[in-house]
Design a binder for this molecule. Structure first.
Ligand code: APR
Length: 230
């Protein structure tokens, strides 16, 4: 029976692909106020600003390449039953080869109707402009979870985290809820490792491997694959 591994990731795993994190120096939330670009109120107040913020992030994400950290996570599937639960909205895990990825905060490459969340379409790297409507007739918006909105796939994520034998947390400040709170459901994990650069207060019960994920994950994954469970 292959052990179950949940890999819980945040913006840090995509940093070495050239995509900005949020709370690091120079991060996205230092350049923009969340309240101007990442809330439903912001979209109602100034849709063009919000659309252009995500159009820029979408084209950057499409131009980025998965890094050695994403690829190492995908390689874990050679010896384990792996699910990636990510806060990220880029598709670098999928492009690195991870076959099961749960996006808690949505996907940059998807658009949805602003009044019809079920009307979702894949737009790849294309921009969304004012006047672009979904098939139900409402203005298209990014299928990304804004502050104050429900996160996606919580039940599936909790189910996977509860069943995990090992938990690998990568590149997240664990500062945004409810996403970070889901890790409290990892009752069964006998091994919990966090790979990240800075943590205000490291969560209890985790081994913290401090460093860049693209540098540390290949070695960690090689270790885990060398000694898969008996
Ligand atoms: N390797 C590993 N970790 C890194 C790297 C790297 N190369 N670069 C940065 N980090 C770490 C930082 O030390 C920090 O702990 O990644 C984390 C990034 O934290 P945040 O910028 O807060 O990103 P994240 O935790 O993903 O934010 C969660 O907040 O604004 C919302 O929706 C947004 O999904 C996002 C959520």
């Amino acid at each position: 029976m292959r052990e179950k591994v949940v890999v819980f990731t945040g913006a840090g795993v995509s940093a070495e692909s050239g995509l900005g994190t949020f709370r690091d120096a120079g991060g996205l939330w230092h350049e923009h106020s969340v309240y101007d670009v990442a809330t439903p109120e912001a979209f109602a107040r100034n849709p063009e600003l919000v659309l252009s913020f995500y159009n820029e992030r979408r084209s950057k994400a499409a131009a980025a390449e998965p890094n050695a950290g994403h690829r190492a996570i995908a390689e874990l599937e050679q010896g384990f039953d792996v699910v990636v639960v990510t806060q990220n909205v880029d598709d670098l895990h999928e492009r690195a080869g991870s076959s099961r990825v749960i996006h808690l905060h949505g996907k940059l490459r998807e658009a949805r109707g602003s009044d019809h969340p079920e009307a979702v379409r894949d737009i790849g790297a294309e921009p969304i402009n004012l006047g672009d409507l979904c098939e139900r007739g409402s203005q298209l918006r990014p299928n990304v979870v804004w502050f104050g909105e429900e996160i996606h796939h919580v039940d599936a994520a909790v189910r996977e985290i509860r069943a995990a034998d090992r938990l690998l947390v990568v590149g997240t400040s664990l500062s945004v809820y409810p996403a970070a709170g889901l890790l409290g459901d990892a009752w069964n994990a006998r091994e919990k490792v966090i790979v990240t650069l800075d943590l205000d207060d490291p969560p209890r019960g985790y081994e913290w491997r401090r460093g860049k994920s693209a540098e540390l994950l290949p070695g960690l994954v090689a270790e885990w694959l060398a000694f898969p469970p008996g």
